[in-house]
Design a protein around this ligand. Structure first.
Ligand SMILES: Nc1nc2c(ncn2[C@@H]2O[C@H](COP(=O)(O)OP(=O)(O)O)[C@@H](O)[C@H]2O)c(=O)[nH]1
Ligand SMILES: [Mg+2]
Length: 195
């Protein structure tokens, strides 16, 4: 969180975390496509030549005023590939909330678990409490005919109380439910801290 008192802006950071190709960038693309252009910036993607997300994607959206401050939500994605360890940690620094985008593709169960554990490790090293930071878990790619059962995904990740949503981000399903829930969580937490 960062407050710019001169501009009366409240800057909040939400990180979309998860294994490679789970649909994190797709979430941001859908948000970018559907939010009123007056209330959002451009979707910025830093990519390397070989392929997709390589350092991160970034999108800013603006909300209505809270306590006289204009909240600006900065949405980031992390690169999921194992060799981008340093980028992931860097992007997580200063996060106010996390959306974990899990992949329902059957052969990605282990990748989901590894990424989930990797998230815990990085939060711990940044001294961010895994249980206190607002978090939402999105089970993406529910359109796949052989999608992993939700109960299996929940059991493997050993979720305890985090809000979850099923999504087909590619078609926009579940994207805004996820976004609204994480923003509510983050704003509540900030209001608690500002009291
Ligand atoms: N079947 C299916 N594919 C999806 C869905 N969301 C994203 N994808 C595809 O999964 C691939 C990886 O998505 P991307 O957003 O780049 O993943 P990222 O690496 O997490 O940023 C792309 O080919 C997307 O089109 C979905 O809901 N269903
Ligand atoms: Mg990506």
């Amino acid at each position: 969180m960062f407050i710019n008192w001169q501009l009366r802006e409240l800057n909040l950071k939400v990180v979309y975390y998860g294994p490679a190709l789970s649909g994190k960038t797709t979430n941001l693309e859908q948000i970018h496509a559907k939010v009123d252009p007056k209330r959002r910036g451009e979707l910025v993607s830093l990519k390397t030549q070989e392929d997709r997300t390589l350092y991160f994607d970034f999108l800013q959206i603006e909300l209505g005023k809270i306590s006289g401050l204009t909240p600006k939500i900065h949405l980031y994605t992390v690169p999921g590939q194992s060799y981008y360890e340093a980028s992931r940690k860097l992007v997580l620094r200063g996060a106010d909330g996390v959306v974990f985008v899990a992949d329902s593709t059957p052969n990605r169960l282990r990748a989901n678990l590894e990424s989930w554990q990797n998230l815990k490790t990085h939060l711990a090293s940044l001294e961010i409490s895994f249980t206190d930071i607002p978090m939402v878990v999105q089970f993406n790619k529910r359109d796949l005919p052989n999608a992993t059962a939700i109960t299996t995904l929940k059991n493997v990740l050993r979720l305890n109380g985090q809000p979850t949503f099923e999504a087909t981000a590619m078609q926009g399903q579940g994207v805004f439910e996820t976004l609204k829930t994480i923003i509510n969580g983050v704003v509540k937490q900030v209001q608690k801290e500002m009291k």
